[in-house]
Design a protein around this ligand. Structure first.
Ligand SMILES: Nc1nc2c(ncn2[C@@H]2O[C@H](COP(=O)(O)OP(=O)(O)OP(=O)(O)O)[C@@H](O)[C@H]2O)c(=O)[nH]1
Ligand SMILES: C=C(OP(=O)(O)O)C(=O)O
Length: 212
């Protein structure tokens, strides 16, 4: 089964606020873009992925991610993350009604195509499924089979909300790169230890990270 991935990205100037103590205001937008570039590039290299749509209003990010091969969908209706994901899913399915769709966070700089394939192949067995983040509190990927609504409930404690919504929690081992989102300096160190893509490696080299 081939999936369409929907990747949400808020304006870079406001992104990754929890990294303020790791990257200053001058570097943080570049770091957020680098995470998104490595996430999108790995997703596009995944055999289970047919196409990637980024939902964003950020002009620079839209230009750079389109250059990698992503489609860009405008962030409507301006009602935050879940509203943007619901809108983007409708747009994607208006072109391809029978498509399997998954929402994937834009902050997975260590993402490996082979691990994403394993997650999507397993998700294909269920109407809705998700993968919890590395902290086991949030969600990095929520998948909906053809004909099923995505019903995204991302945000604080989204693991519990996705579980309560009836989505199946996938308990796969060896898919760390799909789970390793980067919200804090500690998360960034964990992602660097897993091995990040080239955009994040270059951006992180401009930071002074203790232990690296
Ligand atoms: N298109 C879109 N994406 C969003 C929106 N809010 C958050 N996102 C994206 O959703 C994912 C998770 O978002 P958050 O954890 O809220 O924000 P963040 O930038 O990752 O980190 P913080 O600023 O530290 O909260 C990231 O990929 C964000 O860029 C929104 O309103 N619209
Ligand atoms: C939005 C989410 O991610 P983050 O960890 O970036 O808040 C989430 O886990 O639902």
């Amino acid at each position: 089964m081939q999936w369409t991935l929907v990747v949400p990205l808020k304006p870079l100037a406001r992104a990754k606020s929890r990294l303020a103590d790791t990257a200053d205001d001058g570097l943080r937008p570049d770091l957020a873009l680098a995470f998104a570039q490595d996430t999108v590039a790995a997703a596009l290299a995944c055999p289970a992925v047919g196409d990637v749509a980024v939902v964003t209003d950020d002009v620079r990010a839209g230009r750079e991610l389109a250059a990698l091969g992503a489609a860009i969908i405008a962030d409507e209706p301006g009602g935050g993350l879940n509203a943007a994901l619901a809108h983007a899913t409708r747009v994607v399915r208006s072109a391809r009604p029978a498509r399997a769709v998954a929402a994937l966070n834009a902050d997975l700089p260590a993402l490996r195509p082979i691990e994403l394939s394993r997650v999507l192949d397993t998700a294909a067995e269920f109407p809705r499924a998700f993968i919890p983040d590395a902290a086991a509190v949030g969600t990095t990927l929520l998948a909906a089979a053809p004909g099923r609504e995505l019903r995204p409930a991302f945000g604080t404690d989204s693991r519990a909300r996705h579980r309560a919504s009836g989505a199946v929690e996938l308990s796969l081992t060896s898919v760390d790169s799909v789970r390793q989102d980067v919200d804090t300096g500690d998360d960034l160190r964990s992602a660097l230890a897993l091995g990040v893509g080239p955009h994040t490696a270059a951006a992180a080299a401009r930071l002074l990270i203790p232990g690296q």
